[in-house]
Design a protein around this ligand. Structure first.
Ligand code: NAD
Length: 296
């Protein structure tokens, strides 16, 4: 049993920490939201008064926060995690943030003699609840080996992506591909509709042809073919368009910094921005079908 400090008990962090408690770990939680704290308490966590208090005396600190600025503040502010974590505490940030911040916070941790990993996840709220997330982990081999058993109760897969920041690199690449495939799958259905091809027929053919992809077969953007997909419940999330928009901006930021040409990724970012600006931030990201389906 490990003593774990958990900071950020929202839609993802809440069910993640509940799985750690179920696996027998003791979890001390901090969040700015009273509602999040109450949920964590109901799952069996004890409440800490600050990020520093959640970190002090723990074996491991896990953070699951909205964006890079929150991660920087929680770790690097006066009285924060880096100042209060004891010798040998392993730090794991599971938030999806920019590669640069991930590497800077990890360097600041190393300067204090602490090992830190970036470990963003794929699998959404359902994966968090079911202990079936995929963790993409950046950091040293030794820190990865220590983290694996801690992450295991929350995970379907834990993959070492390389040195610090590489977990975030894998995450932005994955989500850029996912956004582009969701858009083009939506375009294919909009085109098939106009060409008189039944949606179910198009699904049956393409799901066993070379256009097959996760956006089609697991998360189909039109109602009908995949009963569990958000399209069947008016695009209630799931994974919101706002979250996808954030990840696409991170991908574009990373591409600009690295000098990579990502024209399809850039167009995907533009389309999700347009979709969100039209008031659809809270819809599932597969709701992009509604934008695409407007036609020329
Ligand atoms: P969320 O907004 O539900 O939860 C974030 C929590 O962090 C909130 O409870 C908030 O009060 C808390 N918080 C913010 N600033 C804080 C601070 N300074 N100190 C303590 N707590 C603070 O978001 P979420 O959906 O749980 O997502 C968390 C992260 O996981 C994001 O980086 C997101 O991109 C990533 N992610 C989300 C999904 C998903 O499907 N929701 C999937 C994969 C990855």
């Amino acid at each position: 049993m490990a003593e774990i400090g958990f900071i950020g008990a929202g839609n993802m962090g809440g069910p993640m920490l509940a799985n750690l408690i179920k696996a027998g770990h003791a979890v001390s939680v901090f969040d700015l939201s009273q509602e999040a704290l109450e949920g964590a308490q109901a799952a069996g966590a004890t409440v800490a008064a600050s990020p520093g208090d959640a970190a002090a005396g723990r074996d491991t600190v896990i953070t699951m926060l909205p964006a890079g600025a929150h991660v920087r503040a929680v770790y690097m502010d006066e009285g924060g995690v880096l100042e209060r974590a004891g010798e040998g505490t392993l730090l794991i940030d599971c938030s999806t943030i920019d590669v640069t911040t991930a590497r800077e916070v990890s360097e600041a941790a190393a300067a204090r003699g602490l090992e830190m990993l970036d470990a963003p996840v794929s699998g959404g709220v359902a994966g968090a609840a079911g202990g079936a997330l995929t963790f993409m982990v950046g950091g040293s081999e030794s820190a990865f080996a220590r983290a694996e058993p801690v992450l295991e109760p929350m995970a379907k897969a834990v993959v070492h992506a390389g040195p610090s920041g590489n977990g975030q690199a894998a995450k932005v690449c994955n989500n850029m591909m996912l956004a582009a495939s969701m858009i083009v799958t939506s375009e294919a259905f909009a085109l098939a509709d106009r060409l008189g091809l039944e949606r179910q027929t198009m699904f049956d053919i393409v799901s066993s042809a070379t256009g097959q992809c996760w956006a089609l077969t697991s998360y189909c953007p039109v109602p009908g073919p995949v009963p569990a997909s958000p399209a069947n419940r008016d695009y209630q999330p799931g994974f919101t368009a706002a979250m996808m928009n954030k990840d696409l901006k991170l991908a574009q930021q990373a591409a600009a910094a690295a000098g990579a040409a990502t024209p399809i990724g850039a167009e995907a970012a533009r389309l999700y921005d347009e979709f969100c600006a039209a008031g659809n931030e809270a819809l599932d990201f597969s709701g992009i079908f509604k934008l695409v389906d407007k036609g020329r």
